[in-house]
Design a protein around this ligand. Structure first.
Ligand code: UDP
Ligand code: MG
Length: 326
């Protein structure tokens, strides 16, 4: 529970700050100093989990020094660069806190916002999303594409947030326990949390220009966001019932094929021979396509069962149980 004074017996942790680090030698020390100052003022047990994402500069050395000087700081070193999403996943997997707060190591997020996040969690929210209302990034390459992406993700995903891309967020561990992140999916965590019934809110956060070092991203992430969103949407809508998706599509296509066949026969009635009527090709083509889609749906149903049953994953999530102990 948050609110207990000081660190807890048994070394348990309330809040884990998780930080991916890739070539941030100019920032990581200042970041740690500023963050420590904020954590010192909190009345809960905190840890910082850094993941060095295969940095090729002095970041690993600096992280070692930080870990040596601060018992609250833990560091995971990757063998090579696996990307921000993998780094965040690893940090979350290795974090012990009940509340997980990811943030960037480049000082663009402000650690002084952390108490506001904890306040919202205390109010009972499971996900608190940061919103960089006055964002300090280049307009054309960052702010504008991000506005469009946020609109699209909100519309398709069904959770209205202004700033999916903001790293600084807070999650109750229970709602992200089952989340596995692939590709560059970390910005969709609020959607995954929504799927398990998380209560989500948003707060404005401070944002600062990158003081030192370079941004690791360019415009190429736009098309990745669109493709990732497609996957997320498919998974959330049809993961436990793929036949509904493939079956409906297959059914429609087959029906169109049958209609096209009937039309061909009707044309024959009007005097156009079937072998001279291209509509017969359309009929065959659509029917086979539709049939294939239905078969694909059946295979997807098999895969889905293997996925859930081999790992004994539940297809539902429970918030609370009463009178079950003993
Ligand atoms: N980062 C990482 N691995 C990567 C790229 C970035 O761990 O392959 C980290 C980086 O060190 C920073 C955070 O992810 O702490 C956000 O990166 P960046 O500041 O480049 O993104 P931007 O703010 O430009 O969106
Ligand atoms: Mg940044």
């Amino acid at each position: 529970m948050i609110g207990n004074s000081g660190s807890k017996p048994g070394g348990s942790v309330d809040v884990s700050i998780v930080v991916p680090v890739y070539n941030e030698e100019e920032n990581v020390q200042a970041f740690h100093k500023e963050l420590s100052g904020v954590l010192d003022g909190l009345d809960c047990a905190c840890e910082i989990v850094f993941v060095d994402d295969g940095s090729t500069d002095r970041s690993p050395e600096l992280l070692r020094a930080i870990a040596a000087s601060d018992r609250r700081a833990r560091v995971v070193f990757f063998t090579r660069n696996f990307g921000q999403t993998a780094a965040i996943s690893a940090a979350m997997d290795n974090a012990a806190g009940d509340i997980i707060i990811p943030m960037d190591a480049d000082l663009q997020n402000d650690p002084h916002d952390i108490p506001k996040f904890l306040e919202k969690i205390r109010e009972g929210y499971d996900v608190v999303s940061g919103w960089r209302r006055s964002r300090k990034d280049p307009f054309l390459t960052k702010t504008l594409p991000s506005r469009m992406a946020n609109w699209l993700i909100s519309a398709v995903g069904g959770v209205r947030l202004h700033d999916y891309g903001c790293s600084l967020k807070a999650y109750r561990r229970s709602v992200i326990r089952h989340v596995r992140l692939y590709g560059e999916m970390h910005r969709f965590i609020p959607l995954f949390a929504h799927q398990v019934g998380a209560r989500t809110t948003e707060i404005e956060v401070n944002h600062r220009p990158r003081a030192a070092g370079k941004s690791k991203y360019g415009l190429s992430r736009i098309y990745k966001v669109v493709l990732d969103l497609f996957v997320v949407k498919f998974l959330s809508a049809y993961f436990t019932k793929p036949i509904y998706f493939f079956g409906s599509l297959g059914g429609l296509l087959s029906a169109a094929g049958v209609l096209s066949g009937i039309w061909t026969l009707y044309d024959r009635h009007l005097g156009v021979f079937v072998h001279k009527n291209p509509k017969i090709l359309l009929a065959i083509f659509l029917f086979i396509l539709g049939f294939q889609f239905i078969m694909m749906g059946l295979i997807a149903e098999l895969l889905m069962r293997t996925y859930y049953e081999s790992q004994e994953k539940p297809t539902y999530f429970i918030r609370e149980k009463m009178n079950f102990d003993a």
